[in-house]
Design a protein around this ligand. Structure first.
Ligand code: DAH
Length: 337
């Protein structure tokens, strides 16, 4: 057998062995090449007719090839056996794999992140605090004493131990001021709770609280910063207006409206034909609140604001039912990818 013939035999045998589809095919190939009457065995037998020198070289090569084929055969047999087991268990390895589904951030998380990002650019620090709160932080320190009618404005969930679920993120104003020395700028996103449920209200919802205290912070800072925020989040063309309002912890107090994003201020169903959408409450921090944290009111002053994340997200994404945020329907959630 010439070296080229040997090489061709090797190639052919390996190719056939590797394409064996099952154990029966493989066995037939074993017989064909390595069996008693197989090609390799025959070739080895015919060595005896060769001259001595050739017998040595061709013999060595043939034996080497025999070993290679035997090894290959063993490996192929093992892998076919494994495949057969998988088939018996109902696993089809030839099926294409399933692509893992990519998730996405919840629309409320996206909104909170965007709000925090805008205020971070203005030097505000993001802080968080407990959802189980004391009466003192949630009400009293914010100038809402026990007899105050404002307590009824927020239907509170009380716990057996006298604590409560915070009804707003405003207690974070108190916590932030106690933990820091002025000047300070903080923004506090988080969950709040009120006993209330319909298309616009959920017993758990999200707010972002903001607070800026400095020696000269004025009402024009409030207007400037909140107008900037409105344009950043709703688009450059957004108009804002401030209406006088009342909150116990601010004086004076305002509510900020934006021009309706649906009708551009012309009047539609969403803005109840007014052309405006209310998006937040704000005001100059009441001296009583500063006193509650022992800040010197002759030196420090500032403004605070609070906004509802669901409301902002509903306006931004054009959603008319707050419950969609919490139903966890994949169709809804996937549309925010
Ligand atoms: N805490 C108020 C609420 O939940 C919102 C609010 C209004 C927060 C005015 C403020 C503010 O910081 O200055 O209704």
């Amino acid at each position: 057998m010439k070296p080229e013939e040997l090489e061709a035999l090797k190639e052919r045998a390996l190719k056939e062995l590797s394409s064996a589809k099952n154990l029966a095919d493989l066995e037939a190939l074993r017989v064909k090449y390595l069996g008693k009457k197989g090609e390799i065995t025959q070739a080895l037998k015919s060595l005896k007719d060769l001259p001595l020198e050739e017998k040595k070289t061709v013999g060595a090569k043939l034996n080497e090839l025999k070993e290679i084929l035997e090894e290959f055969y063993k490996e192929k047999k093992n892998s076919l056996l494994l495949e057969e087991e998988d088939r018996e268990e109902g696993i089809d390895l030839t099926l294409p794999g399933r692509k893992p589904e990519r998730g996405a951030l919840h629309p409320l998380t996206q909104t909170i992140e965007e709000i925090c990002e805008i205020f971070t650019r203005l030097g505000f620090e993001v802080v968080t605090g407990p959802e189980v709160e004391s009466d003192h932080y949630n009400f009293t320190a914010l100038n809402i004493p026990e007899w105050h009618p404002a307590r009824d404005m927020q239907a509170t969930f009380y716990l057996k131990n006298g604590a409560l679920l915070r009804t707003h993120t405003s207690p974070m104003q108190i916590r932030a001021m106690l933990e820091r020395t002025p000047p300070l700028r903080i923004i506090a996103p988080g969950k709040v709770y009120r006993c209330d449920a319909d298309v616009r209200h959920s017993p758990m919802f999200h707010q972002v609280e903001g607070l800026m205290i400095d020696d000269k912070t004025s009402f024009s800072d409030l207007k400037g910063i909140l107008s900037f925020f409105a344009r950043e989040i709703f688009g450059e063309k957004t108009k804002v207006r401030f209406r006088p309002s009342y909150f116990p912890f601010t004086e004076p107090s305002v509510e900020m409206d934006i021009s309706c994003v649906i009708c551009d201020g012309k009047g539609c169903r969403v803005c109840s034909q007014t052309g405006w959408l209310e998006i937040l409450g704000a005001g100059m921090v009441h001296p009583e609140v500063l006193k509650a944290v022992n800040y010197d009111i002759s030196k420090w002053q500032g403004f605070a604001f609070g906004l509802g994340v669901e409301r902002i997200a509903m306006i931004k994404f054009g959603i008319d039912d707050i419950r969609l945020f919490f139903d966890n329907h994949l169709n809804f959630l996937e549309s925010f990818k």
